[in-house]
Write a protein that binds this ligand. Structure first.
Ligand code: SAM
Length: 283
């Protein structure tokens, strides 16, 4: 069965090219890459003579699909690599993968380096649940709304950033997320000048930007204090005014505030007694 392989390549340290990546790249009939010169150097370093190298970047990915499908149709394997890291992660690959799946061929991967995974795992922030945001939109309403989403996000957020934009992005994050939110700024991962700077957004100082960056931002704090009885009463009043029965209002509010149904029901009954309104509408 011919297979499309997504092959991860080093994000800086050539020692991270896996033996399995070398094997797949050596045997593929076609290796699609963003830049033949750059991938050519990697292959040369690993002692691989690729059968055929072809460009597949953001502009040419669609036009490469027919070639890939033809090669797979001939029963031969195809590999996709990007300039660095895992193809398809803020890199070309996704559209070819979809077309190959639609055509009924097998898609697999040689997993390996990816800056997002390295950054989150060394950040010290929670990796139980995290959001990968890639590169932020550069300006305008789209950027503002993405920043607002990150400010409200309870999960850890990971962002890619270019050196000439990293200071502005940290400023924008400070403005939307506040001074106290912890940021971990990672730079030049796996390379000679690898660096990790951690601190609250209000204090973090990364010096003069240089190299490639991944930013990891702590999630917004979760307010897990139980809601006060007054707040629960206000929620109940809103539901009852909207026409809900006491039982339905209690069930809705109990679920929303995470308190036992019988407690909320008792508050609803007492509310009725206080206000003298008829709350048992349809029971
Ligand atoms: N596909 C790649 C991956 O799996 O990580 C990402 C490619 S994306 C076009 C390039 C961005 O990834 C850079 O601008 C930077 O934000 C991040 N990146 C890649 N290599 C990195 C490294 N060694 N250190 C820090 N960030 C890196």
């Amino acid at each position: 069965m011919s297979t499309l392989w997504l092959v991860a390549t080093p994000i800086g340290n050539l020692g991270d090219l896996s033996p399995r990546a070398v094997d797949v790249l050596s045997h593929a009939a076609l290796v699609c890459c963003e830049d033949t010169r750059r991938t050519g150097l990697l292959l040369q370093h690993a002692g691989i003579r690729a059968e055929r190298l072809a460009v597949c970047n953001d502009h040419t990915e669609m036009s490469r699909i027919a070639d890939v499908l033809r090669t797979l149709g001939d029963g031969r394997d195809v590999a996709i690599v990007s300039d660095a890291g895992t193809p398809g992660i803020s890199d070309p690959g996704e559209r070819i993968v979809r077309s190959v799946i639609d055509a009924g061929h097998t898609v697999s991967a040689v997993p390996g380096p990816s800056a997002v995974i390295m950054a989150i795992t060394i950040s010290g922030l929670s990796a139980d649940r995290f959001v990968y945001e890639g590169f932020l939109p550069r300006k305008g309403a789209e950027r503002a709304s993405r920043l607002a989403e990150i400010a409200a996000e309870h999960r850890t957020t990971v962002l890619y950033e270019a050196p000439h934009r990293v200071l502005r992005t940290l400023d924008d994050l400070r403005e939307t997320c506040g001074d106290d939110r912890i940021a971990v700024v990672t730079r030049e991962l796996t390379k000679l000048h690898e660096e990790v700077v951690r601190g609250p957004l209000g204090e973090i100082d990364i010096g003069a930007p240089r190299g490639e960056y991944v930013l990891v931002i702590e999630g917004a704090p979760v307010d897990d204090r139980p809601m006060s009885d007054d707040d629960v009463r206000a929620e109940l009043r809103r539901e009852l005014d909207a026409g809900a029965s006491t039982r339905d209002a209690s069930a809705t509010v109990a679920k929303a505030v995470g308190r036992p149904k019988r407690e909320v029901y008792a508050l609803a009954i007492a509310l009725d007694r206080q206000t003298g309104t008829m709350v048992e509408r349809d029971e």
